[in-house]
Each structure stands twice: as structure tokens, then as C-alpha cells.
Design a protein around this ligand. Structure first.
Ligand code: GLV
Length: 333
């Protein structure tokens, strides 16, 4: 009699992903996919997680104690995102569930979008495009759509992890900018020198920078890190860019500041309560809005999906994930 093949572990893939990544996962796992590609309601997610050892998440699925209590067989949640504020990591650790994220592979791509938004906001690119398409361009004028310079200006970076450092390099090397930064912990001197950045306090950064880029992770501590009081410190000519997470900026306060001209312009890729966008922001001409596309290039999204898949395979098949967030759960029964 032929020996029966050992059954493969079962996993859930919570959203649609690249077919090549599906194929790779199907070689190792019994896979349940999400053909409708809509975020499942929590009860539905819990129901589909029954009997699954792993789940491929994309950042929108909240994994917390209440969900984990319903899924005793779950061992790993692999996020196809570098941010993991959808994970309650202490609850996962308490439940013995490993979390993994996708760091590194999206750094340069996300820094590129940060710079695109900075340039577009400071030089009024989107406003200019709307003006032209609306048929309003009928002559040259000395002050038509005049904005602020990027080259040679002062770039303030709030949060100095991998993406912050990649933005600093672009600013210093590509645009001759003076770079200042603020972070929970100061970089070692060699790392500061490598990205040509000077450490300053948060208030000094807001007061001094011509362009402020936010790259801090979202947590209760960074909620509304930029609100009315912080916006009031910024120069009236300044631009603000958020490529980190919605909720770091108080969007209503930002819209009020943009409308009143308290700052010149903003570029936003992330929003409180996205995919909803605060209606007051939609009504502001001096803000460039993109739908959370910081990592959205084909090679980078593929690299993120492969890394999440490799974390599932690494842990459930070989016992060794690539980018664990709470490695202390490994080795527990
Ligand atoms: C995108 O926002 C990510 O965290 O990867």
C-alpha cells in the first residue's frame, strides 16, 4: 500500500495576492483564499481561521485577544506590511502566536513616494494639474502657482528608522538639503553622519524645518503627534508630508491649518479612518492626496508578499521565520 502523504498545515490568506505567491504557498499548505478580496468582518475572519495554523494578513485585519481566544490552533500571523499596528502584539505573545512583518523590502520605494509628495506639495504640482485640466490656464503670471523651494531648504524628519534614513539621504545627497530629525532614540554618531542628519528636539524641528516628513510608527503614544498645537509651531511657508500612518496627524486640525494658510501645503498618503478621508481635506486645494500607495510598485509589493509567504513557510514548515516580531513565543510548545 502506498504510504499516505503527511497532511499539509492549513493557512488562510486574508486578501487577494499575486498568483505566483499563492502558488508558492499552495506547495506547502492547504490554502483557503479570499476570492472576493474584501476585508472579512471579524466574526467571519474568526470562522475562517478555525483549523488554520497560519494567516497571511495585509495590515487591515485586527488580530487581538478576542479574536485569538476563538482561534486556539493559530500559530502565526504574517503581515504583508512593515507596520503592524493591526496586531495586538502583547495579546499575540500571551496566546503563543508569532507575528511577522515585512521590513526592509519597501524602504526605498516608500521613501520615493515621500519625496514625490514633498515635491508635489511644495511645488503645487497637483494644484497646477487641476488648474490646467479645468481650462483655467490662459496666460503667464509672475505669481501663478508659486510655491516653495525644495533644494537647499531644511528637511525635518520625525521618526528616523529605515525609511526616515532613506529620505534623509535623498534630501542631503540629491537636493542639498540641511537635514534635521527627531526620534525616540538618537542615532549613533556614524549613522547620523552617514545620512548627514542633525538631531533636534521635536519643537525645534517643527519651528525650523521648511518641509516636515512623518515616518513614525503608529501607537497610542504617536496618536495625534501632529495636532493644532504642533501645526501652530510650523512656518507658514512649510509643507507637511505623512507617509507613516493615519492617526499620527489630527486630520481635522490639519485641514483647518491648510485652509487658514497656517502652513502652506501638505502631502498625505495615509488618513485617520482610511479609506475614508476627512471631507475638509478633500475640500482643500493645497493638499496632495494619495490612497496609501507608499509601497505600491510591482517589485516591492512582490517582495513584500514573498517575505510574508516565506515567514509562513519558514515558521510552519522549518520552524524558523525570517522577520519575527515576538520571537519569544518560538520554542514554546
Ligand atoms: C504600509 O503602510 C506598510 O506598513 O507596509
Amino acid at each position: 500500500m502506498p504510504a499516505s502523504r503527511p497532511s499539509k498545515p492549513a493557512i488562510l490568506i486574508a486578501r487577494a495576492i499575486f498568483p505566483e505567491v499563492m502558488d508558492k504557498l499552495a506547495r506547502h499548505f492547504e490554502v483557503e483564499a479570499n476570492p472576493a478580496d474584501a476585508l472579512w468582518p471579524r466574526a467571519e475572519l474568526a470562522r475562517r481561521l478555525q483549523g488554520k495554523q497560519g494567516v497571511f494578513t495585509t495590515g487591515g485585519e485586527r488580530i487581538d485577544a478576542a479574536l485569538l481566544a476563538q482561534c486556539p490552533g493559530l500559530r502565526i500571523c504574517a503581515n504583508m506590511a512593515v507596520g503592524y499596528n493591526n496586531f495586538d502584539l502583547p495579546a499575540m505573545t500571551a496566546a503563543g502566536v508569532l507575528g511577522t512583518n515585512a521590513p526592509g523590502v519597501l524602504t526605498e520605494t516608500t521613501a520615493d513616494l515621500g519625496f514625490a509628495l514633498l515635491m508635489a506639495a511644495a511645488r503645487r504640482v497637483a494644484e497646477g494639474e487641476h488648474y490646467l485640466r479645468a481650462g483655467r490656464w490662459d496666460r503667464w503670471a509672475y505669481d501663478m502657482l508659486v510655491g516653495q523651494d525644495v533644494h537647499g531648504s531644511t528637511l525635518g524628519i520625525l521618526g528616523m528608522g529605515r525609511i526616515g534614513q532613506a529620505i534623509a539621504r535623498r534630501g542631503a545627497l540629491g537636493f542639498g538639503m540641511k537635514v534635521i530629525y527627531h526620534n525616540r532614540s538618537r542615532l549613533p554618531a556614524e549613522a547620523e553622519a552617514e545620512v548627514s542628519a542633525r538631531y533636534v528636539g521635536k519643537d525645534e524641528l517643527l519651528r525650523t524645518a521648511d518641509h516636515v516628513v512623518l515616518v513614525v510608527p503608529y501607537s497610542p503614544a504617536s496618536h495625534h503627534a501632529i495636532g493644532a498645537a504642533e501645526l501652530a509651531l510650523m512656518k507658514p511657508t512649510a509643507t507637511l508630508v505623512n507617509i507613516a500612518r493615519g492617526g499620527i496627524v489630527d486630520d481635522a486640525a490639519l485641514a483647518a491649518a491648510l485652509r487658514a494658510g497656517r502652513i502652506a501645503a501638505a502631502g498625505l498618503d495615509v488618513f485617520e479612518g482610511e479609506p475614508q478621508v476627512h471631507p475638509d481635506l478633500l475640500a482643500c486645494a493645497n493638499v496632495v492626496l494619495t490612497p496609501h500607495i507608499g509601497s505600491a510598485t510591482v517589485p516591492t509589493r512582490k517582495a513584500m508578499a514573498h517575505l510574508a509567504a516565506d515567514n509562513l513557510i519558514g515558521y510552519l514548515v522549518h520552524g524558523q521565520p525570517l522577520t519575527p516580531l515576538n520571537p519569544e513565543v518560538m520554542g514554546r510548545a
